[in-house]
Design a protein around this ligand. Structure first.
Ligand code: SF4
Ligand code: SF4
Length: 405
């Protein structure tokens, strides 16, 4: 039962933290959208948060353990940059962050003790950031006198759910890129090998968007659901559409208006960044909707091509997003969709026909072009450009166009 005292206490608490009702409702709207609801559901989300009054009076905070695997801590940093509610509000009032190497004030054995007690009591969520290191029997990441793999398995086995946060946690990310000396892998794959069947929610990104974490926490903790997941155990509403689907430059893509070099008129006109290496067409994520830095902007809007950081596939460790997408500023080869091979400029001519349907229905099969197998070199020049140097849409030195390097 939520009393008026509780409600006003809740808003007083927000105000004391410099969060106005207006900005709180704005946050609830964005969390609703991130959780796959309409922005009109903001009052429901607000009510759910208020109803819990997040344990302030009942003392029933939802326990969370945040374990740092092999990572740069960028996802913690990203989460800590969420400014509404500020991370302190999330950490202190919505959850009880009983263990976090980076954000907890305590350290050492008292922290380990707090973690052990939380695990024993059960009914908590485990957030795991970074890759799992199996190398040298897990000794590649040794913490508190145990291998890192021990900490993950122990905390995951008794958790209600595991949030694998960031692309390193999803399938190894940077840490697992060739030659992968520490035998890094993703959380889901590791837990499967250990026979631990706790549900895993994969939230990719490099770093993860803090609103994705907050939306899943709101779903899981306050509304009482785990979000609907797609075949890669990623929240479907966040990761079922491509970046390209929601990109403000999409009209330029379809008109064949591209940026071929930075510092040009085309760049100033915000034309499509596909020739500059944009991976938006094959990257599934709602970045263009959720955006970053309190919804101020996002990668493509700020002028940088999408580098495909959300393409980590937990079902296929070979689809390592770093290996698949580097070099980031280089264009993929011709697009292949089933039996069709197309080039960027052809899109403008044919996009209204069969090809458009193929593009939309199947998405782009660009990363299936085989360029990553065996670490093949990125092509120096597109075959079509080499044959038609006078009409080349790429920018190459003359000697490259003539067949040199
Ligand atoms: S290729 Fe990239 S920049 Fe162009 S429309 Fe798609 S996502 Fe936007
Ligand atoms: S737009 Fe692309 S590079 Fe940027 S965060 Fe989204 S998936 Fe990652």
């Amino acid at each position: 039962m939520v009393t008026e005292t509780t409600k006003s206490g809740f808003y007083e608490m927000l105000e004391a933290r410099g969060v106005s009702r207006r900005s709180f409702m704005k946050l609830c709207g964005s969390l609703a959208v991130a959780a796959g609801l309409s922005e009109l559901a903001a009052p429901r989300v607000a009510q759910a948060i208020e109803n819990s009054v997040i344990g302030v009076e009942s003392g029933a905070l939802y326990p969370v353990i945040w374990i740092e695997g092999a990572s740069c801590t960028g996802c913690t940093e990203s989460f800590a940059q969420a400014d509404a509610p500020d991370p302190a509000t999330v950490v202190l009032d919505m959850i009880s962050l009983n263990y976090c190497e980076t954000l907890s004030a305590a350290a050492g054995w008292s922290m380990e003790e707090a973690k052990a007690q939380t695990i024993e009591a059960g009914n908590y969520i485990l957030v795991y950031e970074g890759a799992v290191l199996e190398g040298w029997n897990g000794e590649a990441l040794r913490v508190a006198d145990h291998p890192g793999t021990h900490h993950l398995a122990e905390a995951a086995a008794n958790a209600n759910a595991v949030l694998a946060v960031g692309s390193c946690a999803v399938n190894g990310g940077w840490v697992a890129a060739h030659p992968n000396p520490s035998n890094a892998l993703g959380v889901q794959q590791y837990l499967k090998k250990q026979g631990i069947d706790t549900p895993v929610i994969n939230i990719p990104g490099c770093p993860v968007n803090p609103e994705w974490i907050e939306a899943v926490l709101v779903d899981a903790i306050l509304v009482g659901n785990l979000p609907e997941l797609n075949g890669e155990n990623k929240p479907a509403v966040m990761f079922n559409q491509t970046v390209h689907d929601n990109c403000e430059r999409r009209g330029h893509f379809e008109n064949g208006e591209f940026v071929y070099a930075f510092g040009t008129e085309e760049e100033a006109k915000n034309y499509c960044l596909y020739p500059m290496g944009c991976r938006g067409p094959q990257t599934k994520s709602n970045c263009g909707i959720v955006r970053w830095n309190h919804r101020r902007s996002w990668c493509v809007e700020s002028g940088g091509p999408c580098i495909g950081c959300c393409t980590a596939n937990p079902n296929n460790p070979g689809e390592n997003w770093v290996e698949t997408n580097t070099p980031f500023r280089a264009r993929f080869r011709d697009l292949r969709i089933g039996g069709l091979t197309v080039q960027p400029e052809a899109i403008a001519w044919t996009v209204t026909g069969v090809l458009a349907a193929a593009l939309i229905i199947h998405g782009f099969g660009m990363k299936k072009t085989g360029r990553t197998k065996g670490g093949a070199d990125f092509e120096k020049i597109r075959e079509w450009d080499a044959k038609h140097p006078e009409e080349s849409i790429g920018k190459y030195d003359d000697d490259v166009l003539k067949g040199g390097n």
